[in-house]
Design a protein around this ligand. Structure first.
Ligand code: SF4
Ligand code: SF4
Length: 499
């Protein structure tokens, strides 16, 4: 039989563990109050955004799509490809620094107000539990009751609803990677037609069931890395959910005889509502996820006993000790400056990103050919494969030309001007012909090719350097060394024979 949790939290272990280290289920009491109402709204908005976003479109594409097999990532109409990975440096940097700044200023506000673990457990799974099993007293009674048909029926209903919610969350999450409409089509087909997505959704559903249905606060307390290093990011000016010891102590029942007790009436209401089962009166603790439930709970009690609210409140160690909270301090200034620098870096990198990615890859089997005419002059031809990627969402018509100054090279690209749909890649061929005198000195000559395309009433041009190769000296036969099969950037390239 499951062991009952004591509200008098032990000193030497987590309140969710018994003396043998076995898990004791925490059934937090429900609470009402201003923070509860605010959190309910915040959680509702976050859940709706998470579920609806994959079904929305922006600029003709899914608003956020992380298509890993195609190595294409779409954010609000902007497409990013594998070669844009350096931008991830800025994105991760912004996320880490923003979290550090928010933690330094407002403590674990992320955990209590926006972490999916808290949002889904508190707003969805616990609500289902309350609806099916009743309030925390009834839940505790049921958990500790011997097995019966009633218990089996109640648990079966609860876990069925948990499964239904978990599978919906798993599908919505997967839709960010596969595309909502594509996933819907896959869901209607037999599993063996799409084994990988089917297994992914199944495993994710099982993980969500385990975590949100049973593991719960243990993830925050035992596993979450952010919880581990939050103390490094916080100082005495960081806000947190704190108990005003000066006001509350000595709590009722601990006062000396003939003396008044403090404002804390020792009712344990703050402990009974805590989802991680801690007693906030013991000071800042790693297990506190700053969910504010104990603030609302204590405010209720203070109203009842006719004392001012705020015995437990959002405060910094400095302010609760009678001083002032300093928001502007070296730590926050450094984090804010870094954040601005990273945001600017990301903005500049996105603005300067090449939207037409064009690569010329020399055909390795025939780096050049030569043709000798009757009059003795020799014409050299270089064969290139072209990989053209349109990173816009609009269809473009791309033209190619040799950029000035043209040292006498003719471009033969019969497939150009080429229409290329948004977010598509095309592969084609081009040939460059020139007189052998062009490469006679070094065996190489660099030229520039312009890829131009009209967009929004303007003609945009991207310039690509190409290294032409040919014989140096008087005869092509003298120097096969020039035929080294390299791209214009000098990288060894095996152009795939794809056409
Ligand atoms: S809810 Fe308030 S009064 Fe009751 S034990 Fe907690 S701190 Fe003390
Ligand atoms: S101590 Fe208060 S704020 Fe912290 S987790 Fe428990 S109820 Fe939430």
């Amino acid at each position: 039989m499951a062991m009952k949790r004591k509200l008098d939290v032990p000193d030497d272990r987590l309140s969710s563990l018994d003396e043998h280290g076995h898990h004791i289920e925490i059934e937090p009491a429900s609470v009402s109050g201003r923070y509860r109402r605010a959190r309910d709204w915040a959680y509702f908005v976050l859940i709706v955004v998470f579920l609806v976003l994959p079904w929305t479109r922006f600029g003709g594409e899914q608003t956020i799509l992380l298509d890993i097999p195609a190595r294409r990532f779409v954010f609000f109409g902007l497409s990013f490809w594998a070669h844009d990975i350096p931008l991830v440096f800025f994105v991760f940097g912004i996320m880490c620094i923003a979290l550090s700044l928010v933690t330094a200023a407002f403590g674990r506000i992320w955990c209590g107000w926006a972490c999916p673990q808290t949002v889904f457990i508190d707003r969805v799974y616990r609500k289902i539990e309350e609806w099916v099993e009743g309030n925390h007293h009834e839940r505790a009674k049921l958990n500790r009751a011997p097995m019966s048909w009633k218990k089996v029926r109640t648990w079966a209903l609860k876990w069925f609803l948990f499964f239904f919610i978990s599978t919906n969350i798993a599908h919505s999450f997967t839709a960010y990677f596969i595309g909502a409409e594509r996933l819907l089509g896959m869901s209607l087909a037999a599993p063996w037609e799409n084994w990988t997505p089917f297994l992914f959704v199944t495993i994710l559903t099982a993980a969500l069931l385990f975590d949100f249905g049973w593991f719960r606060e243990q993830f925050c307390v035992i596993m979450c890395p952010y919880g581990r290093f939050q103390s490094v990011l916080m100082d005495d000016n960081s806000l947190g959910v704190l108990y005003d010891e000066k006001r509350g102590e000595p709590r009722k029942g601990t006062e000396e005889e003939g003396h008044e007790h403090g404002d804390c009436v020792n009712c344990y209401r703050c402990v009974s509502v805590c989802p991680t089962g801690i007693d906030i009166r013991r000071g800042t603790q790693m297990e506190c996820i700053a969910c504010t439930a104990c603030i609302d709970a204590c405010d209720e009690i203070m109203l009842k006993v006719g004392r001012p609210e705020g015995l437990i409140r959002y405060a910094s160690e400095n302010s609760i000790g009678g001083g002032k909270t300093r928001y502007l301090r070296p730590r926050t200034v450094v984090y804010a400056s870094l954040l601005v620098a990273f945001i600017v870096g990301l903005g500049v990198s996105v603005a300067r990103r090449q939207m037409i990615d064009i690569q010329f890859i020399r055909a390795i089997e025939t780096p050049y050919t030569q043709k000798v005419f009757d009059d003795g002059h020799v014409e050299i031809t270089n064969h290139y494969r072209i990989h053209l990627k349109n990173q816009y969402t609009d269809t473009l018509t791309v033209s190619l030309a040799i950029a000035a100054p043209n040292p006498g090279v003719t471009l033969i690209a019969p497939t150009f001007p080429m229409r290329i749909a948004g977010n598509e890649t095309q592969k084609t061929h081009a040939f460059f012909t020139f007189a052998n005198a062009l490469t006679a000195t070094t065996g190489r000559q660099t030229i520039s090719v312009e890829a131009s395309f009209p967009l929004d009433g303007e003609t945009l041009i991207e310039v690509v350097p190409i290294s032409l190769v040919g014989p140096f000296g008087n005869s092509a036969d003298e120097n096969e060394a020039a035929s080294d099969g390299k791209t214009e950037s000098g990288d060894e390239t095996k152009a795939e024979d794809d056409e």
